[in-house]
Design a protein around this ligand. Structure first.
Ligand SMILES: C[S@@+](CC[C@H](N)C(=O)[O-])C[C@H]1O[C@@H](n2cnc3c(N)ncnc32)[C@H](O)[C@@H]1O
Length: 277
């Protein structure tokens, strides 16, 4: 007998229920053509619960509003793709423009605060931490916050353990040797880098102003999943968390969507940065 869950077509009322469920719990819009995505991402949950199909999973969710399963379903529908030094031009801009300015302006407090919103498994936050160490900020009070809706990815981020395939993506060999230690099949990030980052579960649609002020916010490759109204609300909140002169960095495929109202768009080398005036 096959251990695979047989593929049973998702009934249209259940498809709508799942779309609504993911939208209301994460703001993620999943269009009509995502049957395959639901099937592949939810099959492990169906199997784990000993159910026969996604339709049964929907029945369970509708009947019980089971919070643990409800959360699992939402988390399974998030896309967590990330890698070290994604969009390297942005890290170059941080290194060559933002950090020299902050070094001058913050000589008194020697405190800098950064936020990786939608941090996934942590590569974005840790890339920044390594840049700060390379640029000689080790004696400063550096606070990097990494947040995400999904707890399982944050647990991985917190562990600082990465597989070979993950360190092969974007991480320069010199930084791998310097900041990681090999342990069995994995690579463990040094405590020095790990201690620079704190991870927390936060839904980007919540009020975020109290988290600030930050000198830089990464909010990359997550807005693409939201509708216009959600994006606008989040942009306004992000604006409220940044210091004057602070930077917002978006993903490569993410364009302004009203950002100009709050930020000035600047091009630095091949990077686009949004600056609070
Ligand atoms: C594609 S990853 C981006 C990771 C990283 N920022 C990068 O660009 O490499 C998108 C992340 O957004 C998170 N996410 C989705 N909806 C969210 C929400 N409403 N609030 C917070 N995080 C969310 C997902 O869990 C996922 O880890």
């Amino acid at each position: 007998m096959s251990s695979q869950t047989p593929i049973v077509e998702i009934r249209s009322e259940n498809y709508r229920f799942l779309q609504q469920h993911v939208y209301s719990h994460a703001g993620i819009v999943l269009e009509e053509d995502k049957h395959y995505l639901f099937e592949s991402r939810l099959a492990p949950i169906v199997k784990q619960l000993g159910l026969n199909s996604i339709n049964d999973l929907c029945t369970l969710l509708m009947a019980t509003r089971e919070t643990q399963v409800s959360r699992q379903v939402v988390e399974a529908m998030t896309t967590n793709e990330t890698y070290f030094f994604r969009d390297p031009a942005q890290y170059d801009a941080i290194r060559t423009v933002l950090l020299p300015r902050l070094r001058r302006e913050r000589q008194n407090t020697r405190t800098l605060r950064f936020w990786s919103a939608a941090a996934s498994t942590g590569q974005e936050a840790y890339s920044l931490a390594m840049v700060l160490l390379e640029e000689g900020f080790s004696g400063w009070n550096i606070q990097i916050l990494g947040t995400d809706l999904s707890s399982p990815v944050l647990e991985r981020a917190q562990s600082g353990k990465y597989q070979q395939i993950e360190v092969n993506r974007g991480l320069p060999a010199a930084l791998l040797v310097k900041h990681f230690r090999r342990s069995g099949m994995d690579w463990h990030l040094s405590d020095t880098v790990r201690r620079m980052v704190r991870f927390e579960t936060i839904d980007l649609r919540a009020s975020m102003r109290a988290l600030g002020p930050f000198d830089l916010v990464f909010c990359r490759n997550v807005m693409i999943y939201f509708d216009a109204e959600t994006k606008r609300k989040i942009m306004k909140e992000l604006y409220g968390t940044l210091s004057r002169g602070g930077w917002l960095l978006l993903g490569g495929a993410e364009t302004a969507f009203g950002v100009e109202e709050w930020f000035e768009r600047q091009t630095i080398g091949n990077a686009v940065v949004y600056v609070v005036q």
